[in-house]
Design a protein around this ligand. Structure first.
Ligand code: HEM
Length: 263
C-alpha cells in the first residue's frame, strides 16, 4: 500500500484546485470580502470545527485517532470564538441558527464518520488543519492587509500559538498519518472522504456567492448569468402572453373594474 499522506495529497489535487478557483476564495484573496460576509463565514467555520473537535475528543481512545489528535496545537473552536466576537460583536451566538443546508451537510458528514467509522475523521482533520496551516496562512495575511486589522485582532483562527515551526509540524502530521493502521479499503475510503470534505467546503463557499459583488465575472459566470436572465425574461413573456389570452383578458378586466375579486 502506498503512503496515506501521499495518496491524500495526490487524490485531492483536483478538488484542491477547484477550491482555489472558487469565487469565494478568489474574493478572499483579492481582499474583496466585506467584514460582514467574513463574519458570517466564521459562523460556518464554527459549526464545522466545533463538530469536528467534539468528534475527535469522543474518539480519542481510538489508536488511529490518537495518532493525529493534537488538541492543544490544533483546536480552533476557542480561536474562532475570539474572531466571531471581533467581527460579529458580543451577541454572535444569536447568529448560530439557522444552519444553512451546506453547513448542515458538512456537520452531518462529520457526525456520520464519528459514529460509524472514526478513522474517516482523519480525512476531515487533514483537509481542515493542513489547509489552515498552508493556504490558510496566505489568506490570513490578505485578511489583515485589506481590512487594516489592528495588530493580532480578527485572525486568531489562523494563529497557531503553540506551533513554532508550521512546516515541521505539517511534516510530523503527515508522518503520523502514515502510521495509521487500516486495511486497504479503509485507506481508500479516507482518501474518498477527503475529496468529499473538499467538496463540502466548496459548497459552503458557494452559499456566499450571491453576496459577492465587486470583481468582474469570469466568462463562465457571465454566460451562466446571461442564461439565467434569458430564462427569467422568457418566463415573464409567457406569463404576459397567457394574461392576454381572451378568457384571462376578460377576467383581468373584471378584476380591474371591481366586478370580481382577484383571489
Ligand atoms: C487561495 C486558496 C488556497 C491556496 C493559495 C492554497 C495553497 C496551498 C499550498 C501552497 C499548499 C502546499 C503547502 C505545503 O505543502 O506546505 C496547500 C496545501 C493544502 N491545502 Fe491549500 N490552498 C488554498 C485553499 C485551500 C482550501 C480552501 C482548502 C480546504 C478547505 C485547502 C486545503 C489544503 C490541504 C489539505 C493541504 C495539504 C496538502 C498536502 O500536503 O497533503 N487549501 N495549499
Amino acid at each position: 500500500m502506498t503512503l496515506l499522506s501521499v495518496d491524500l495529497r495526490e487524490g485531492t489535487k483536483t478538488v484542491h484546485a477547484e477550491a482555489e478557483r472558487s469565487k469565494f476564495v478568489k474574493y478572499f484573496f483579492k481582499g474583496e470580502l466585506t467584514p460582514a460576509v467574513y463574519g458570517r463565514f466564521l459562523i460556518s467555520l464554527y459549526h464545522v470545527y466545533s463538530t469536528l473537535e467534539k468528534a475527535l475528543e469522543k474518539n480519542k481512545e481510538n489508536p488511529n485517532i490518537q495518532l493525529i489528535y493534537f488538541p492543544t496545537e490544533l483546536s480552533r473552536t476557542k480561536a474562532l470564538e475570539q474572531d466571531l466576537e471581533f467581527f460579529n460583536g458580543p451577541d454572535w451566538r444569536e447568529l448560530l441558527a439557522p444552519i444553512s443546508p451546506a453547513q448542515q451537510a458538512y456537520i452531518d458528514a462529520i457526525e456520520r464518520c464519528s459514529s460509524t467509522k472514526p478513522e474517516l475523521l482523519i480525512a476531515h482533520s487533514y483537509v481542515r488543519y493542513l489547509g489552515d496551516l498552508s493556504g490558510g496562512q496566505i489568506l490570513a495575511k490578505k485578511l489583515q492587509k485589506y481590512n487594516e486589522l489592528p495588530e493580532g485582532k480578527g485572525v486568531a483562527f489562523y494563529q497557531f500559538d503553540t506551533i513554532e515551526d508550521k512546516d515541521g509540524f505539517k511534516e510530523m502530521f503527515r508522518k503520523r498519518i502514515n502510521q495509521v493502521e487500516v486495511d486497504e479499503a479503509t485507506h481508500n475510503e479516507i482518501v474518498q472522504e477527503s475529496c468529499q470534505a473538499f467538496i463540502r467546503n466548496i459548497d459552503v463557499f458557494q452559499e456566499f456567492d450571491h453576496e459577492l459583488v465587486g470583481l468582474p465575472l469570469s466568462k463562465k459566470e457571465q454566460e451562466a448569468l446571461d442564461a439565467a436572465q434569458a430564462e427569467e425574461a422568457a418566463k415573464k413573456t409567457s406569463s404576459l402572453l397567457s394574461s392576454l389570452a381572451p378568457s384571462n383578458l376578460i377576467n383581468n378586466l373584471a378584476v380591474a373594474v371591481g366586478l370580481k375579486s382577484s383571489a
